[in-house]
Design a protein around this ligand. Structure first.
Ligand code: MG
Ligand code: ZN
Length: 199
């Protein structure tokens, strides 16, 4: 019985996700769902992306956090339309939250919608939002073994950002071992090594 209830929840979520995707397509918006553990650098990546693209691409951001508007305040300071979702305890975003947030954004005046998911390597990978691409960030202090521990996240991701590479000289992180672990789960995914701190 319990399994059936969960199935219904997932079906309902997927239906709303499909409607979100249709609304994005109709407005000509590319949606990217950005996932990682807390502190890996999602907000920093978004701010660096805005700094580099904001003259060429019209960007908006949806910030997902359990509580606070700390991240939305940072985005708002650089004058980008932003909606903060406070999940009030839920450890992931779902399609219904995104549907509500999209109503507060001028979709027709946006080219790129960056959705920062709640910091968590587990269930964000299970809930479709309607985004076109699923991106995940891993920061080097988290360790190169994370693909083995959180396989669904690394399987669902279509783009992987390896952040905080400026710290590599101080860590035991093995970039080759990380790439091998990722490719074992997700052969075609592309890994981009970056440092949001140094640019
Ligand atoms: Mg953040
Ligand atoms: Zn969750």
């Amino acid at each position: 019985m319990k399994v059936k209830v969960l199935q219904n929840i997932m079906d309902a979520n997927n239906q709303i996700a499909s409607r979100n995707r249709e609304a994005l397509d109709k407005a000509g918006v590319l949606g990217i769902n950005i996932m990682s553990s807390p502190g890996a650098g999602k907000t920093s990546l978004i701010l660096q992306t805005i700094a580099r693209l904001k003259d060429k691409v019209r960007i908006a951001v949806i910030e997902g956090d359990i509580a606070s508007t700390i991240d939305a305040d940072k985005i708002s300071k650089v004058e980008i339309p932003v909606v903060q979702i406070n999940t009030g305890g839920a450890c992931h975003l779902d399609a219904n939250m995104i549907s509500n947030a999209m109503e507060s954004l001028p979709l027709k005046k946006i080219d790129l919608l960056l959705i920062e998911n709640v910091g968590n390597l587990v269930c964000p990978a299970e809930f479709k939002l309607g985004s076109h691409k699923q991106m995940m960030l891993l920061s080097t202090p988290e360790g190169d073994d994370k693909p083995y521990k959180y396989p669904l996240m690394f399987t669902e991701a279509e783009v992987i950002i390896l952040n905080k590479i400026d710290l590599l000289p101080h860590l035991d992180f093995n970039a080759k071992a990380f790439e091998k672990a990722v490719k074992g789960l997700n052969h075609n995914v592309k890994i981009f090594p970056v440092s949001c701190k140094t640019g």
